[in-house]
Design a protein around this ligand. Structure first.
Ligand code: NAP
Length: 348
């Protein structure tokens, strides 16, 4: 029997799509990704990018407050017992994702902890292939596999993730550890300027470290960086090492010049990467139309339709612009409604 709605992914887009599809009696099946070393290395474990962050202060509905009892009460005990105790106010990324997953499950969503590695959208019902060897047939598919932030790939960078190394200023910039401290942003594009500008509200100084002597950012954004007195541009340098300790997290960076052999150190309590994102679309092969940057292309304005009828996309896998939890959840909802209406139109 073919599934009515098949969802690939496990971030806010996927769980929101599942909640809506389940409540519409479409009995969604979610492939949430596999727990493998490869996925860990690539930042593509189940529950997505939010599971890699700490406090989430901008997702509506979670003001400061003690969430402990609510978490204990809402989540399955077998999940809760392996989670870190709730530490601070508000909600953390991993907590938010477990709550969304649980909410989808409560409405009857079935969840398989495995990766989809190949798809066939030429035939209908569509065919999907899991890494376990399982093959699934589905009438409608929602692709919500997200994107992963690019990192430099330094071991020191990896060991300080969540302790000063971040790829999302909007998510983490307002944390107390960064207040009135010098910070480093790596990159020279629009995102780097945007991150630096945002961080300058909290930081004492933001060092924008760029490997060339000219920004890639658009003129209006570049001007913003130059005019911001708290932003100091550090040209022609790359990050050689992230410096820090177990107790303090990041305390600085060592820079390598790109024009000579010189190195220098900068004191900083955080390093923010803004060197681009990679959408998780490799498993799609050439079966869906992608943008030049390999994001799934939405083909109808204000809808989640893709180049294949009956296949919808939601969240960061199709959005290289907003990239927020709440916008991903919003397009997840849209994809479920689009799928529901499409199925009804097909008499399925
Ligand atoms: P981007 O334009 O591709 O810029 C990436 C930056 O990271 C480049 O400056 C690049 O250096 C640098 N970089 C890449 N790999 C690196 C590495 N391994 N080490 C050091 N530096 C590295 O990406 P983006 O800034 O995320 O922007 C993505 C798209 O969204 C763009 O089209 C942008 O215009 C758009 N966007 C617009 C706005 C806005 O208008 N407000 C805001 C954000 C994003 P090189 O320059 O040397 O290649």
């Amino acid at each position: 029997m073919a599934e009515k709605v098949f969802i690939i992914g496990s971030g806010p887009a996927a769980w929101t799509a599942a909640i809506y599809a389940a409540r519409a009696s479409l009995e969604p099946l979610v492939y949430e990704g596999a727990i493998t070393e490869d996925n860990q290395m690539n930042g593509t474990l189940p529950l997505g990018q939010l599971a890699l962050t700490t406090e989430v202060e901008n997702y509506p509905g979670f003001p400061a407050g003690n969430l402990e009892a609510y978490l204990d009460d809402s989540l399955d005990k077998d999940i809760r017992q392996f989670m870190a105790p709730h530490q601070k106010e508000g909600v953390s990324g991993p907590e938010l994702m477990e709550l969304m997953r649980q909410q989808a499950k409560n409405f009857g969503t079935r969840i398989i902890t495995d990766d989809i590695v190949k798809v066939d959208f030429k035939r209908h019902p569509f065919q999907l292939f899991a890494s376990s060897g399982d093959e699934i047939e589905a009438h409608a598919v929602i692709v919500a596999t997200g994107a992963r932030a690019n990192y430099l790939g330094l071991p020191s960078e990896d060991s300080f993730k969540n302790r000063g190394v971040s790829a999302c200023a909007v998510c983490d910039g307002a944390l107390p550890r960064f207040r009135d401290k010098p910070l480093v942003v790596v990159g020279g594009g629009d995102s780097a300027v945007e991150e630096a500008d945002y961080l300058s509200k909290f930081a004492s100084t933001v060092y924008m470290v760029h490997r060339r002597d000219a920004l890639r950012a658009s003129k209006i954004m570049a001007d913003r960086a130059v005019e911001n007195k708290k932003i100091e541009l550090v040209w022609n340098h790359t990050i050689d090492e992230v410096l820090g300790s177990d107790t303090d997290g990041v305390t600085g960076v060592r820079l390598q010049s790109t024009v000579d052999d010189s190195k220098k150190e900068i004191e900083a309590s955080g390093m923010f990467l803004a060197i681009g994102h990679t959408p998780n679309t490799a498993f799609l092969g050439d079966k869906l139309e992608l943008t030049p940057k390999k994001y799934v292309r939405w083909t109808v304005p204000f809808r989640t339709n893709t180049s294949v009828e009956g296949v919808f996309a939601a969240g960061d896998v199709a959005d290289d612009y907003y990239r927020q939890a709440v916008t991903a959840a919003g397009t997840g909802c849209m994809a479920a409604l689009d799928a529901e209406r499409w199925l009804a139109g097909q008499g399925l």
